[in-house]
Ligand binder design. Structure first.
Ligand code: DGJ
Length: 726
């Protein structure tokens, strides 16, 4: 058993970690999370002292034991722990004090599920569930903590449910999903910040006293901060050292907070942001906080990332395309923007077919009155001026050429200039009578409302049923403002942000079930909703609207800390690049896009013959390396260019018999300094060959001595080395 409850000590074990709690004086104390420690009560580490100005709980003798100085498992507000809390409740009498005591713990086979929320599922893995019940006796409020233990994957999931068992209504002001307390503060916080077209840039800073926090109050997980954070020892590197990850399986507002308190211990909390959050529970009602994936690694950040890659790829992503090879596609967005018609798309499809591309995706602009981004959203009816004869005629034409067909939707949005808005102005999130805020000239539909979802679901279904559509790109191009729902009373307006996400998940569940053969790609102005929650419905997400291969090195590097390559939407686009104006070689663009789902996004009818020949080779290479790239172990060989002139990464097969090393040398130099790349994850004793290069090398040589990168004549030249055991 991976979970053990004995003598008030509750222990969970994964392949490389131990997580432990203990019931002390009725409270649930956290005693340890880290490397495996065997059958050991770790509470000897938990010391007490009269620290002054720290509350002493009722019934506790002396002045040494305070919730303020203990490591706690799920801290609530108002009873003497003055650090950051997970639970804040306002009761009918206006009080906000909650005193959680341990009631029971229960171990179950298999992995729990969360109704209406994405979560890791068991699949073919071994998993166990721990449920711990805590209770505030005075108000009869119960909290159930859920833990899912995936031993082999080194993942422990956390979630919780608050149940109002009392006689009065209560308002939840904050329900975080988890807390992990640490004895010390000698750690760095790594998080992933950014902006539209530059998502998930890595930042690492030492913890300091007080709070370091990232989060989103934008309604979506956001481009600005990703809901995945890491705490690691100061000396942790890619390949060695202690690190902990927390990844939120949720796509809305979030907070991830690391607080170093008075006695130098650290508290990490994660959950739904409490900005405009107020959830009302009537007697008997409950609230579920979404899941967090925790992972521990002693082998540095690289191993931590690989733990997440496997967990998300195998136990979050679902559906036909979880394992099936995804088609190599061409998307018309950067080729035409809104200016296209059937003939133009068929021209692209014909040319694409000749090069080996497998699918044409028609992006924004095919519906309603949509020639720019001022109008049309919500009117999901084919624009026959652009597509004369309708969608089926186009799709059949594309299929006849030998390509699959995909289509773009932005289901959560509405333009003021649309039939839908004119008919249902109250379906958009706005506060009645108040002027409202636009984003990309559009408003957000109130997806917390069933009738709104039903309407969009029916329109979308009609389109998907009207032709042989095998892929949907699901976009969302603004964040939430003016959040107020016409369907809820005043006291429930604090629920709208979360109910929106629950509505979105409900929609996604239904549409992906109804169209199981369709490949859904998520997107929010590029990578603005790139989180493990969305990956439960969308096995891939457009990583960024920035398609410049050099900028993608930074974006994809940051993304790789928490998310597998199989989820990273990445395309070759035209040069000069539309976002940066930079030109780099076709080879570099291909190598960078191959660290993702791979495809093209340019006007292939205008491409030079030389580039076309190169595209053919790229496509063959990608197919050849597909399994290695999508399912191999991912190693970062350098950083994102902050400290080195080479950005390199490697895919290695699980059996270590083959590897693909990829790199881009950033700046060309006069009288250049030689660059060596050090491979990782090979079998030291095996002998390998490198395709197209002479010589044989032991794994130990390639990892310790490295392999010389050829001197290249221009900026941003790429290398790709296929390494195979002989
Ligand atoms: C933002 C997406 O990220 C782009 O790829 C494109 O689909 C546009 N929206 C279309 O409006």
């Amino acid at each position: 058993m991976a979970i053990n409850c004995k003598d008030n000590v509750i222990t969970m074990e994964t392949r490389n970690s131990t997580y432990q709690m203990k019931v002390e004086k009725g409270f649930l104390i956290h005693t340890y999370y880290g490397e495996k420690v065997g059958d050991m009560d770790m509470s000897y580490l938990s010391r007490t002292i009269d620290r002054g100005f720290s509350g002493i709980p009722e019934g506790v003798k002396g002045r040494d034991f305070s919730l303020d100085t203990q490591l706690l498992e799920y801290p609530s507000y108002g009873t003497g722990d003055f650090r950051n809390d997970c639970l804040r409740v306002e009761y009918a009498d206006g009080s906000q004090v909650t005193d959680l005591k341990f009631v029971s713990c229960q171990v179950k086979d298999g992995k729990y599920a969360l109704e209406g929320l994405p979560a890791m599922y068991q699949g073919d893995k071994k998993a166990e569930t721990l449920e711990i019940t805590l209770k505030d006796e005075f108000k009869n409020l119960e909290v159930v903590l859920y833990y899912g233990v995936f031993e082999e994957l080194d993942i422990i999931t956390r979630a919780c449910r608050v149940i109002n068992k009392g006689q009065e209504k209560v308002s939840l002001l904050r329900v975080y999903s988890m807390c992990v307390d640490f004895y010390d503060r000698d750690m760095d916080l790594i998080h992933f910040y950014g902006r539209h077209a530059m998502e998930r840039v890595t930042e690492r800073t030492p913890l300091h006293h007080g709070m370091q926090s990232v989060g989103s109050r934008r309604g979506y997980s956001s481009h600005q901060y990703n809901p995945m954070v890491i705490l690691c020892k100061h000396n942790a590197t890619e390949d060695a050292g202690i690190c902990y990850g927390a990844s939120f399986v949720y796509s809305g507002n979030f907070a991830a907070e690391a607080e170093v308190a008075q006695a130098n211990n650290t508290r990490l909390t994660m959950g739904i942001h409490d900005a405009q959050f107020k959830f009302v529970l009537n007697p008997g009602e409950d609230f579920t906080a979404p899941e967090v994936l925790l992972s521990f690694s002693r082998q540095g950040l690289g191993q931590l990332s690989r733990n997440y890659h496997k967990a998300i790829r195998e136990n979050i992503c679902r559906g036909k395309y979880k394992n099936a090879r995804r088609p190599i596609l061409i998307n018309n967005w950067e080729a035409t923007y809104f200016d296209f018609n059937t003939d133009k798309l068929l021209d692209i499809a014909r040319e694409a077919k000749k090069l080996g591309i497998e699918m044409l995706v028609m992006d924004d602009g095919w519906f309603g009155k949509r020639d720019d981004d001022n109008s049309g959203l919500g009117d999901w009816f084919v624009n026959e001026k652009k597509l004369p004869g309708g969608l089926k005629k186009l799709v059949d034409g594309v299929n006849d050429i030998g390509l699959k067909f995909g289509i773009w939707f932005e289901p959560e949005m509405v333009s003021e200039d649309s039939e839908l808005f004119r008919a249902h102005p109250d379906w958009a999130l706005t506060v009645p009578g108040r002027s409202f805020t636009r984003g990309r000239n559009q408003l957000v539909l109130d997806f917390s409302r069933q009738e709104v979802r039903d309407y969009i679901f029916d329109r979308m279904s009609e389109i998907l049923e009207s032709a042989n559509i095998e892929y949907v790109k699901w976009d969302a191009n603004r964040h939430l403002t003016d959040v107020w729902s016409a369907a809820l009373p005043a006291e429930k307006q604090g629920e709208v942000f979360h109910r929106y996400i629950l509505g979105l998940y409900d929609f996604l569940e239904k549409i992906t079930q109804k169209f199981p053969d369709v490949l859904f790609e998520g997107c929010s102005g590029g990578g603005g909703r790139f989180d493990a929650g969305m990956m439960y419905y969308h096995p891939q997400i457009w990583c960024s609207d920035d398609t410049d291969a050099v900028e993608r090195l930074v974006i994809q590097y940051g993304t790789s800390f928490g998310y597998p390559v199989s989820t990273v939407g990445s395309h070759v686009s035209v040069c000069p690049n539309h976002q940066t104006g930079r030109s780099v070689s076709m080879k570099t663009r291909g190598v960078v896009a191959m660290a993702g789902t791979f495809g093209y996004e340019l006007d292939i009818t205008k491409m030079s013959q030389e580039d076309k020949e190169e595209v053919k080779v790229q496509i063959e290479d990608f197919k050849k390396y597909y399994e290695l790239i999508q399912r191999g172990d991912y190693y970062r060989l350098t950083d994102d260019g902050k400290t080195s002139n080479l950005v390199a990464w490697q895919f290695t097969s699980e059996d270590k018999k083959e590897a693909l090393v990829n790199g881009v040398v950033l700046k060309t130099r006069a009288n250049p300094v030689f660059i060596t790349v050090y491979l990782k994850g090979l079998n030291p004793d095996s002998v390998y060959e490198i395709e197209g290069q002479s010589g044989r090398f032991t794994g130990a040589a390639l990892m310790n001595g490295g392999y010389p990168i050829p001197v290249m004549p221009d900026d941003y030249q790429a290398v790709q080395l296929y390494v195979k055991e002989c």
